[in-house]
Design a protein around this ligand. Sequence first.
Ligand code: HIF
Length: 289
Amino acid sequence: SSADGEAKVTADSWRKIDFQNVYKDIAALLEDEDYDDGSYGPVFVRLAWHASGTYDVRTKTGGSDGATIRFAPESGHGANAGLDVARARLEPLKKKYPHISYGDLYTLAGVVAVQELGGPTIRWRPGRTDGKVATDCTPDGRLPDAAQGASHVRDIFYRMGFNDQEIAALVGAHALGRCHTTRSGYDGPWNASPTAFTNFFYTELLDNTWVPKKWSGPFQYVDKPSGAFMMLPADMAFKTDPVFRTHVERYAADQDAFFADFAKAFAKLLELGVQFPADAPVYEFKALD
Ligand code: HIF
C-alpha cells in the first residue's frame, strides 16, 4: 500500500529529492518491448494530463495536487480506463523516493516521456502534496468526451483556462500512442511513429482523407485507403473548425512553432490548481543520451 509513503510527504518534502535522479529512473521505465509499441511514454503523458485536466478555474477544484486520480471513484471514471497500468509502473519510484508526492511523480512522468520521446523541454516545478483523500475526487465528466466535437472540446478546455491556440497546441500530443478497444473502446494509433514526439498529428490530419471506420465499435475515423491510422471525432474538430484549423495549419508547417507552443501549454496544464511554495525551483531537465 502507499500509506507509508504518503505519511512522509509534507508540503516541503520535495526539498529532500534529487529530481534529476527521479528523471533518470522514470526514463528507465519507458522502454518495454512487450508493452504496446514498446514504450510506456504515451500512457505516462496521458496519466499526467488526466491527473491535471480535471481543473476548474471557476471553483478552483481539481488538478494534479493531491493526485486524486489514484482514488476511487476518480480512478474508475471511464476517461481514466487503463491508467492503472501507468500508475503501477511508477509505483516502485514512490517506494524508492518516499518524499515525492504522487502529483509530482505523475506529472514529472509526463515531462520525462515528452522529452525522451523527442519532444521539447517542458519546464516543471515540484511542490504538489499528497494531502487529499477520496472525497476530494472530482466529479465524472471533467475530461473530454472523444465522441463530441469543437464546442464540447472548447467547453472542457475553457473550463481549465485555456484558449483556442493553446488547445490546438496541446492536441498535437495525439501524435503519441494509440487507442485501445479495452480502454476507450476506440482502436489504433494516430500515425506510424507513436513513440516519437512529432508534429505528425497535424500533418496526418490535414494530408489524409478520413473516412468512418466500418466496424461495430464506437464511431471513429480511419485514413483512406490504408485504414492503419485513426482520428477520434474530437480530433476531427481540429480540421473542421476554422479557428482550430488555422493553428493546425501553422503547426503542420512549422514543427518548431508547435514544440514551443506545446511546451508552454503542457507546462501550464500540469500546474493547474497547484499552490507551489514560493521558492520551488523550476527545472528544465536535459534529455538523456
Ligand atoms: Fe488524449 N485520448 N484526448 N490527449 N491521449 C486518448 C489517448 C491519448 C482525448 C481522448 C483520448 C489529449 C486530449 C484528448 C493522449 C494525450 C492527450 C484516447 C485513447 C482517447 C479516447 C485511450 C485508450 O484507449 O487507451 C480527447 C477527446 C481529447 C481532447 C481533444 C491531450 C492533447 C492531445 C490534452 C493530451 O496530451 C495520449 C498520449 C494518448 C495515448 C495513450 C496511450 O496509451 O497510448
